[in-house]
Design a protein around this ligand. Sequence first.
Ligand SMILES: CC(C)(COP(=O)(O)OP(=O)(O)OC[C@H]1O[C@@H](n2cnc3c(N)ncnc32)[C@H](O)[C@@H]1OP(=O)(O)O)[C@@H](O)C(=O)NCCC(=O)NCCS
Length: 181
Amino acid sequence: MYGPRIEGEKVVLRPHCAEDAQPFIDMLANSTVNRYLARQEPMSLQAELEWIEARATDPNSFGWTIEVEGQCVGTVGFDHISWRRGVATVGIFIGQPTLWGQGITTEVASLVARYAFMQLGLRKIQSGYLAPNVASGKAQARIGLVEVGRWRAEHFRDGQWVDHILTELHRDDWLASQSES
Ligand SMILES: CC(C)(COP(=O)(O)OP(=O)(O)OC[C@H]1O[C@@H](n2cnc3c(N)ncnc32)[C@H](O)[C@@H]1OP(=O)(O)O)[C@@H](O)C(=O)NCCC(=O)NCCS
């Protein structure tokens, strides 16, 4: 499913559209961007269009295109949603390294966590990151995703095996953090 338009201070989250396909391919082909992603091989235009189309009807995923100043700069979404257990996996990329370190992911993650807990009725969101991906770890910690374990030596990156750190955020803990702030 596509998520509805959500406006933040720095970003707009909006439904995907076919025009996003080429920017997604270009951004994800950048080795700086895909360095710590599970998939590093570029998609064809046809495959990317099919992914965008399939997401519109997949009842177990929920996603947005991220815009900054009217430009498509990445995606965020929930996959592998179990409506029965109230659990989903969140993933994000910001495809323009010049935008990194400006709090964009922190804002996006906060917006979609709120949406997951207050609109979708989810009970828990899960995520993860490769150990050397310090920025992702910090951004996840910012919204309360805490480490619950790791798969050791799970992926091969830059000549060595690195751990995949597993994180989660429970709705009750998120609600408590909201009343504190
Ligand atoms: C990981 C990623 C999503 C972070 O996005 P971002 O918009 O730069 O994150 P933010 O600006 O909200 O920063 C979050 C934290 O990371 C820190 N950070 C950002 N870039 C960093 C870097 N290159 N090195 C170290 N820390 C960094 C910020 O200082 C901030 O830390 P703080 O909480 O101590 O202030 C982005 O770098 C990205 O899209 N990378 C490529 C795809 C990817 O790896 N996705 C995640 C897969 S798990």
